[in-house]
Every structure is written in C-alpha cells, then in structure tokens.
Design a protein around this ligand. Structure first.
Ligand code: 4AD
Ligand code: MG
Length: 484
C-alpha cells in the first residue's frame, strides 16, 4: 500500500503538513451534503473532514463512499473554512477499498441497542462508543505494565491450564483430550483421567495467584496479567466467564501495604487515562449524559464520568473493617425499613446491594473493607489474632469497592505459617496432596507476603462508564454465548 498518514498524526500535529498532499484511509462515518465526508481510521476519537467535489468526481464512485465503506483519499491538507475542525483534506482522488452496501449493512447511522451491538461484535468496534472503549482498554493495559515496571515488579506468566482446582474461587471449566462419548473408566466407573492428556484431571485457571506466590518468594515483587475463567452461571452486568485479571504478589507485605498498593495502583490507572485519552473520555461522558437526559434525577449518576474519575483520584479511599461495615449496614435506613433483599449478619458475605450502599450512599467514595470472617473466605488468607468486639475469627482479606461497580479488587495477606495453613486446609476440605508445593513454600524460606486480584474488565467498565461488562471486552464469553 502507498504511504498513509494516520488521522491522529494529522489532527494532533498538522502545522508541518499544511499545503502538502496526504494519503489517508479509513471508514466513512458520515457523508453530508454530497460534499463532506467524516473519515475515521480508528487511530483516535476524532474524524478527519474530507471535502469532495461531486461535480468533478465520478458520481458512481462517490455513491459507493457510503456509511462505513472503507476508502482511500489522496488530497491536499488545508486549513478548514468551516467551524468544527481546524483542517480538512481537499480530495483529489477517492478510491473505494471496501464497499458497504448501505441497505444491507447491519449497523445503521442511528442509536442501536447494546444487545444488537453485541450480536454484531464484528462491526461494533467501528462505532464511536466502542472504538473509544477499546482504545481506553488498551490504555489501561499499557498503564498496568508501565506501573509495575516503573515500580520494580516482574511480569510473570502463570499457567492457563491448571492441575489444581483448590483456589475455591468458583466453578471451573474442564480441559480434556478424552473422547467425551466414550471416556476410559476406572474400575468403580469414574472417568479415568490418568489416561487423559496430562495424566490427571485439568481445568482452566480461575486465578494465577498460587503460582504468583512462588514468584514473589523468589523475585520479591511480581504480577500476573492474564485470562481467567469461571464457569459460574452469573448473568449479571459485572460477570464474565472469561475475563482478565491482574495479580500483584509481594514478599514482605502485610495487609496494610497491600491496601496501600491497591489504592495507589487504581489511582495511577485512572490518572493515566485522564491524561492520555481526554477525547475518548469526553465523548463517553457526553454519551452518558445523553442516555440519562430523560431519567428522573434520582436515577442519574451523581456526577459526570470525568468528574467521577477525578473525584476518585483526588480523595482517599475509605478503610473499614468488615465488622464496622456490618454495624453501619444494620444501622442504615434501608436495613431498618427492610429494603435489603439479603440478610446483614456477622458471618455472612456482603452482597452487591450492601456494597453499593456503603460506597454510593454512606461514604460516597471507594471503600476498602478488610478483616472478613474466616468462614466465607479462601483457605490461603492469613488468620488474624482474635479482636475484642469481633464475634468470630477473621482473616486478613480486603476488597476494594467502587461506585457503580462494587468489588473491583479482592486480595489478602497470605497465610505463611505452615501449621496454621495445614489446619485451615483441613477445616475447609482443601486437598493438601495436590498443593504439596504450595505447602513446601511455607517450609523452606517462607516469608510474610500479600497480593490482590484486580478484575481488568471491571476497572475498564468503571473508567469508561459502560453499564455492562460485556461491552468492554471485544468478544464476551457468558452463559450461553461464545459467538465470534
Ligand atoms: O476476588 P477474586 O475471586 O480473587 C481472586 O481470584 C484472588 N486469587 C486474587 C488474588 O488475591 N490474587 O477475583 C479478583 C477480582 C474481583 O475483585 C473482580 O474484580 C474480578 O476479579 N472478577 C471478575 N470479573 C469479571 N467476571 C467475573 N466472573 C469475575 N470474578 C471476579
Ligand atoms: Mg472476591
């Protein structure tokens, strides 16, 4: 292909290009008055205006430059006479790279439902909304690596196929090469996984944490950033069956260091996007205002998108214990009026409605809840000393809760005491044989350590303001849906 200038390069620094001939390629976002084409090549939010002379050019050809056709334009870059753009390309030559018959093209130039968009995931990335979301998604991924690299962490790749299903984070997907129609069986009729590919039963991982702990106890500070899989039948706007998780794990960190890292990390990511993607954010901010225009005041977000992001980076996250959270909830109006669907009782897990009350109504900012009852948390979380006024045993776990999203981060200080861990595993029926290596880490040069998992899509959802997690991952995997 001939030399092409990206639209982003033209729009951000056009001075040197003025009066020169440029070649641009992209998709037609609009064609007004037979004269003005709004061209977008995905490199940035804004379109480049292309001016064509309908009289001078082949009419049949220009007809094909319809909504979402892909075209190549060669022309002069000039200062624009019209309002709305600084520069425009006066087309000398237009070439059709890919037609898009306007009658047959499924995406029409009008508001479409999000469900419709998901069914057309092969085209939705060309819309303003989704291209902004996916540029920002990239930006968050980049910022994650930058943050950890700048702070001396090592990126570690943990396995996607795992032989242990002990994490207890949720239902797992089996991985097998056996013929499911006639699997080999053991004498007592069970599927004989010793004859399977790996010589044992295997699953898709729910988390890289247990292996990341190996890294932390060798390299000091590591993080993982990879896909994780959960076969829960959760049809909510915050759950995916395949999602990406970032899991830092740090030697010599306790739960307080862990919380400080979580807060600093979240703020860094949000700041990075505020600084680097202002146009995309401004577009998404306006989009939400448009969607909420006709809603009653109490159903609108308390602040615009950019203001919300600024508020989060400018304020300290609230820190409370689980026991304090339960007390706040039991003294709350919705609790007293019987408005909560789920019970609030010490020992029971906090439900989304409770988390949202704490974050959105009570504190009105992100909240970190720590020291959860041992009975509702994973076996590897460090058992706390008994505390006065706390009804039962707690573990050094922490969840970071965000407005509109709920839990974005779950983490803990890990149980580094071998005997306490063995006891916890036995109490919770976690098979210790397959985690022999995890226990050995506590026997040979063990150290206090802590870490957490950030749900990547939930963070992208928060930053972009998208209402459904399925709209921040290119090809969502959810119960009943694995198209594309
Ligand atoms: O709280 P979770 O289950 O924690 C762990 O897996 C730990 N091993 C993490 C660690 O300590 N290294 O998951 C971590 C985060 C949640 O806070 C949530 O943001 C996200 O992962 N998450 C999901 N995101 C989308 N869809 C799902 N089904 C999710 N389940 C968890
Ligand atoms: Mg969790």
């Amino acid at each position: 292909m001939s030399k092409r200038t990206e639209i982003k390069a033209i729009l951000t620094d056009y001075k040197g290009l003025l009066g020169q001939e440029v070649t641009v390629m992209g998709w037609v976002r609009a064609f007004r008055s037979n004269r003005f084409i709004a061209l977008n090549d995905g490199s940035c939010m804004n379109n480049l205006q292309v001016v064509v002379d309908y009289e001078q050019m082949d009419e049949a050809l220009l007809k094909k430059a319809s909504f979402h056709a892909c075209i190549k334009v060669v022309g002069l870059l000039a200062e624009s006479q019209g309002a709305g753009q600084a520069v425009e390309v006066i087309a000398r030559k237009v070439e059709i790279l890919g037609e898009a018959n306007p009658e047959a093209y499924p995406m029409q130039p009008k508001a479409q439902s999000m469900e419709f968009m998901r069914e057309h995931a092969h085209f939705r990335m060309r819309t303003n909304t989704f291209s902004a979301v996916f540029r920002i998604r990239h930006g968050v991924a980049y910022a994650i690596h930058k943050y950890f690299n700048d702070n001396g962490y090592y990126y570690m790749h943990t396995p996607i196929i795992t032989g242990s299903d002990a994490e207890g984070a949720g239902e797992m997907f089996h991985v097998t090469a056996l013929d499911l129609n006639k699997p080999p069986r053991t004498e007592n009729g069970q599927v004989d996984y010793s004859q399977d590919f790996f010589g044992k039963a295997t699953n898709l991982t729910v988390s890289g944490q247990l292996q990341a702990e190996i890294g932390a106890l060798a390299l000091g500070k590591v993080y993982t950033f990879g896909p994780t899989f959960r076969a829960e039948n959760s049809n909510t706007s915050r759950h995916l069956a395949e999602f990406w998780m970032i899991e830092p794990e740090v030697a010599f960190y306790d739960i307080f260091d862990d919380m400080a890292l979580a807060e600093d990390f979240c703020k860094y990511l949000i700041n990075y996007i505020l600084d680097t993607y202002p146009d995309d954010l401004a577009f998404l901010d306006e989009r939400i205002k448009g969607l909420e225009k006709n809603l009653p005041q109490d159903q609108r977000r308390p602040m615009g998108l950019v203001d919300t992001l600024r508020f989060v980076v400018d304020n300290d996250f609230e820190r409370i214990t689980y026991t304090e959270a339960v007390n706040i909830l039991r003294n709350s109006k919705p609790y007293k009026k019987g408005k909560f669907e789920y019970p609030v009782e010490w020992g029971k897990d906090l439900q989304a409605e409770h988390e949202r009350y704490l974050v959105e109504k009570h504190f009105q900012k992100p909240v970190i809840v720590r020291n959860y009852p041992a009975g509702i948390k994973a076996f590897y979380m460090r058992l706390n000393e008994t505390e006065e006024g706390v009804p039962g045993a707690t573990v050094a776990a922490m969840d970071v809760l965000f407005p509109g999203i709920g839990e974005v981060i779950g983490g803990s200080q890990r149980e580094e005491r071998h005997d306490v861990l063995v006891q916890r595993m036995s109490d919770m029926n976690v098979p210790s044989e397959e985690l022999w290596w995890y226990l050995e880490l506590r026997k040979f040069g063990g150290a206090p350590h802590a870490g957490f998992g950030l749900g990547f899509e939930r963070m992208v959802q928060f930053i972009t303001g998208m209402g459904n997690i399925r709209d921040v991952i290119a090809f969502p995997r959810t119960p009943g849906n694995a198209e594309f």
